[in-house]
Write a protein that binds this ligand. Structure first.
Ligand SMILES: Nc1ncnc2c1ncn2[C@@H]1O[C@H](COP(=O)(O)OP(=O)(O)OP(=O)(O)O)[C@@H](O)[C@H]1O
Ligand SMILES: [Mg+2]
Length: 235
């Protein structure tokens, strides 16, 4: 999808992030800038430890950069209180972790309902964002899990769990999807299926930032960002 001129779903300007442990300091991000339009897929590639997860956490507002700024659909995500960041995240950003956004004691349908309820509360408090138009059942249908809605996460296969995680990330119709190694544990057929789903989302206008080691994921990128030691490098 081509975005109107000047429209940006995700923008980051000159991001820096360092971690200190005792005497040791790691510069995880060294001046990263990027911009992603609606419907565009940016894939972040690079060796282990190059800063991919750190970058995605800063974009999603789960972590604060030490320098620079992050903007989601024109609203500043960085350098504001956690409650405001989580409200912005609830209304505009879906986050997909490799293993981690499903609560084990809830069924898949209950996981989705919980995320929707939290989204509604935070939107009301922050007065931001439109209510989702898709129902939890539409979302489960879209990822091919309508018949597994009553299952608990432990009862799902790896591929089903990845798709359930995607359903949770999409529960509030986010304008922006941030996914860290979404296909890391999947066989190539299941990976292709998940990538096809992401392709549909992109065509519907969702902007995406995806960190991945997978060449198949990199091939779906509109834009690639290669990181090495926290800096952008040529491929
Ligand atoms: N909370 C933290 N405290 C200290 N150092 C950290 C922390 N988080 C990340 N780092 C360091 O920052 C650097 C970048 O880590 P990051 O997790 O972003 O890498 P990555 O590219 O996602 O790697 P992988 O491909 O293995 O997931 C690494 O050197 C890591 O050890
Ligand atoms: Mg990582």
């Amino acid at each position: 999808m081509t975005a109107p001129a000047g429209e940006t779903a995700i923008a980051a300007h000159d991001l820096y992030r360092f971690f200190r442990a005792g005497d040791e300091e790691t510069l995880a991000l060294r001046g990263i800038s990027l911009s992603v339009a609606p419907g565009e897929r940016l894939v972040v590639a690079g060796p282990s430890g190059s800063g991919k997860s750190t970058l995605l956490a800063c974009l999603a507002g789960l972590d604060e950069p030490d320098g620079g700024s992050v903007w989601i659909a024109g609203a500043r995500m960085s350098h504001r209180p956690e409650a405001e960041r989580s409200a912005l995240r609830a209304s505009r950003v879906g986050v997909l972790y490799q293993q981690g956004n499903l609560l084990g004691h809830l069924t898949i349908a209950q996981n989705l309902q919980l995320v929707r309820r939290l989204g509604r509360r935070r939107r009301a408090r922050a007065n931001t964002g439109a209510a989702p138009t898709r129902t939890p059942w539409d979302v489960l249908d879209a990822v091919g899990l309508a018949n597994r809605s009553g299952a608990y996460p432990a009862e799902l296969s790896g591929g089903e769990a990845a798709r359930a995680g995607l359903a949770v990330a999409l529960a509030n119709n986010p304008a922006v999807l941030i996914a860290d190694e979404p296909t890391g544990e999947l066989d190539s057929a299941t990976e292709r299926r998940l990538l096809a789903l992401l392709g549909n989302l992109a065509r519907a206008g969702t902007a995406m930032v995806i960190a991945s080691h997978s060449p198949a994921v990199l091939r779906t990128a509109d834009t690639a960002l290669h990181l090495r030691d926290g800096s952008a490098v040529a491929a």
